[in-house]
Design a protein around this ligand. Sequence first.
Ligand SMILES: Nc1ncnc2c1ncn2[C@@H]1O[C@H](COP(=O)(O)OP(=O)(O)OP(=O)(O)O)[C@@H](O)[C@H]1O
Ligand SMILES: [Mg+2]
Length: 253
Amino acid sequence: MLHLTNIQKSFHQNTPNEMNLFKQFNLKINEGEFVVIVGSNGSGKSTLLNLIDGNLPVDHGMISFMSQNITKILPHLRAKDISRVYQDPSKGTAPTLTIRENMSLALNKGKKFGLTSGVNKEEEEHIKQLLSLLELHLEDKLDIPVGLLSGGQRQALGLLMAVCSKPKLLLLDEHTAALDPKASEHMMQLTNKLVKEFSMTTIMITHQLKDALAYGDRCIMMHLGDVVLDVSGDKKKQLHAKDLVSLFHELSI
Ligand SMILES: Nc1ncnc2c1ncn2[C@@H]1O[C@H](COP(=O)(O)OP(=O)(O)OP(=O)(O)O)[C@@H](O)[C@H]1O
Ligand SMILES: [Mg+2]
C-alpha cells in the first residue's frame, strides 16, 4: 500500500554542509502491516516519516500510496489518510480547548464545517465511547481543557485523535519517549489495541528495543539513510534484544 522507490534526499545542497541522507532508498509496506523502525540517532527515521506525510519533499524518486502517486501531493491533502503522533505530548492536541472540543475537531478532520456543527448528543456519546478505549476515565472529564492533563493522558488522547478518523496509515515517531515507564507501557498496549481496532497500517519509530521486539509484525533497522535489517514473521519473533544491540555496535564501528 506504500511504496517508496529510488528516493533521494539531501540537506544543505551545494554548501559545505551538504548531506546526502537518502541515496537510492526503497521501501515497500503492505496493507495492514505494523512496522517498527529502530536505528541510531540521525539515521533518517523521522525524515522518512516526513517524506511519507509530505512535511518534506523528496529530491528524486516516487512515493505511491494506495496505488496513487502522492510524491507531489501537499501534506494537508495527505492528512486525510495519513495520521501522525509525535514525541512531544503537546503537539497533537489544542491545550486551551476541552477534551470534547479536541475530539470533535479530530472526528471532523477534513470535513467542511456548517452552521449545524458543534457537539450534539449523538457525537458526545460517540466521543465518550472512544475515550473509554483509553481506560483513563477521560470520558468523565469532557469539559476539562486538554492543557490540564498529564503528559501521558495527553499523549493517549493525541493517539486516539490521530486514529479516530480512521486513517489508512498511522505514523508514530517515538510517541512513548516522553512518558514514564508505566505510562509508556500503557501507551504501547493502547497503541496495539487501537491499531487492531481500527485496522491501520502502522509505522512506529522507537528507541525501546523491548517494544520493537514485543510489538508489530515487522522490524526494520535504519543506519545512515539505509535499511540494514528487515525482518518479519517468525524471523522477527526469534529476534532478541542482544541481536539488535550487537548490530548497533557493528554499525557504529
Ligand atoms: N529539515 C532538515 N534540514 C537539515 N537537516 C535535516 C533536516 N531534517 C533532518 N536533517 C538531518 O538528517 C539527518 C537524519 O535526521 P532524522 O531526524 O531523520 O534522524 P532520526 O533517525 O530521526 O534520529 P533520532 O533518533 O535522533 O530522532 C540528521 O543528520 C539531521 O540533522
Ligand atoms: Mg527522529
